[in-house]
Design a protein around this ligand. Structure first.
Ligand code: ZN
Length: 87
């Protein structure tokens, strides 16, 4: 599948950057694990390790509660790069 080729590298991006704590306000760190519809990417696609995937999941859910990330994206409003207009 073409979709899968994007995530070919099987290493944890957070381990590579030696991230110990993922802040829910740091959307730049979270976007590795979010799809363009703001869904949490599964570990088999991102290659995150278990420890970091759990940190990311908690951070994303907190970010959703604080309205930094939408829970759902309308089908008509899907954008190619959702984080471009945030910064
Ligand atoms: Zn990791």
């Amino acid at each position: 599948m073409a979709e899968r080729r994007k995530f070919k590298k099987r290493f944890c991006k957070y381990c590579e950057q030696k991230v110990d704590f993922i802040d829910y306000k740091d959307l730049g760190a979270l976007k590795f694990s979010l799809s363009e519809r703001f869904k949490i990417m599964p570990r088999r696609l991102t290659g995150n390790c278990k420890r970091h995937q759990e940190l990311v999941t908690v951070a994303i859910k907190r970010a959703r509660q604080t309205a930094l990330i939408p829970y759902i994206v309308d089908r008509k409003n899907v954008v190619e790069h959702p984080f471009e207009n945030l910064k």
